[in-house]
Design a protein around this ligand. Structure first.
Ligand SMILES: Nc1ncnc2c1ncn2[C@@H]1O[C@H](COP(=O)(O)OP(=O)(O)O)[C@@H](O)[C@H]1O
Ligand SMILES: [Mg+2]
Length: 139
């Protein structure tokens, strides 16, 4: 499954993906720096009506959000994580297996910790406004 989007329809696309992927707990975003992982995750948080502020995760590895429906969302930004051992120390593994929704940036930092049943979302830059998202379902 593939879809293209701009900032104008990003929330619609996030809502569509939520309809399709809500049974998956772990969403691993595979994309280069600046592709739009954080921006897409924030759009999804809008769709899910996150009630606390969706702050910039720039300096935070583990972000926890609360939705209007009292659900917890974890947003992991592993950019600054060195390896799997450091991630485990930080509590990342516990979160990935918590059963809560986990939205993960830079999953390639911890390949062995990403659950086999995670859905992967690849984001590619088409041009300044346009991104393409491709879903990769677990085997
Ligand atoms: N269609 C789009 N989807 C997501 N981001 C976009 C799009 N078009 C432009 N952008 C811009 O690209 C940048 C993406 O940054 P960010 O979400 O932080 O990327 P990442 O988390 O992948 O490093 C933002 O400045 C955003 O405004
Ligand atoms: Mg980011």
């Amino acid at each position: 499954m593939q879809k293209e989007f701009t900032l104008t329809n990003i929330k619609d696309v996030a809502a569509e993906l939520w309809q399709e992927l809500q049974s998956y707990n772990v969403w691993a975003f595979d994309a280069a720096m600046g592709a739009g992982k954080t921006t897409f995750i924030h759009a999804l948080c809008d769709v899910l009506e996150v009630t606390d502020a969706v702050g910039s995760p720039t300096f935070s590895i583990i972000n926890q959000y609360q939705t209007a429906k009292e659900k917890i969302i974890y947003h992991l930004d592993l950019y600054r994580i060195k390896d799997e051992e450091e991630a485990i120390q930080a509590g990342v593994e516990d979160i990935l297996y918590s059963g809560e929704l986990c939205l993960v940036e830079w999953p390639e930092k911890i390949p062995a910790l990403i659950p086999d049943d995670a859905v992967h979302l690849k984001i590619e830059t088409i041009n300044t406004e346009t991104r393409r998202i491709t879903l990769q379902f677990p085997n």
